[in-house]
Design a binder for this molecule. Sequence first.
Ligand code: DX5
Ligand code: ZN
Length: 216
Amino acid sequence: MVKVAPSILSADFSRLAEEVKRVEQGGADLLHIDVMDGHFVPNITFGPAVIASIKGKTKLPFDVHLMIEEPEKYLNDFIRAGADILTVHAESTVHLHRLVSHIKSQGIKPGVALNPSTPLDAIKYVLDDIDLVLIMSVNPGFGGQKFIPRILDKISELRSIVEQNQYDILIEVDGGINEDNASEIIDAGADILVAGSAIYESPNPEDVIKRLKNNN
Ligand code: DX5
Ligand code: ZN
């Protein structure tokens, strides 16, 4: 069954611990945490201190999505803050292999994210070294944007590469996912669906999580 990772970007930050607990009780598999620096993307969210402050409040694994410039400077801070999966954008560094190797050496799962326009070739030579590929299905920076349909081809292409080479890699898709398009994204090959606004803007986040997982 597909896993669901609610993005706290759309949560009520003034009640963050409760918002996290609610999706945990509603059947979430991971907690997706969007870190933005106002440089790599045109928005600013939060840093390691906020992440550390919710670490003790939930048993959900922390899926930290770094949308920051010079990620190498901050990897250890996010590892210390409690990241279980730490994902860097391929576009944010010229030393991707060094970064994923460092993350792995610290006992954390490395992931690599790709902007919508970045081809899969960008990660060809690190596929042996990572646990997750995060395919962006919107341009990163904001919640509540529309899913880019062309990305379905990218998901299926990556799914074939993973199957053909038997890579032990999860395919996570992020941006514009809701109950209407979840099934085609799962059919294309996604293992994990990130959803922010679809879950947190609903009066019944638990039901949305259930329906995303049950693929209808
Ligand atoms: C966008 C973030 C996403 C965002 C998804 O830059 O990476 O994780 O929270 O939000 P929705 O599900 O509303 O598109
Ligand atoms: Zn994200």
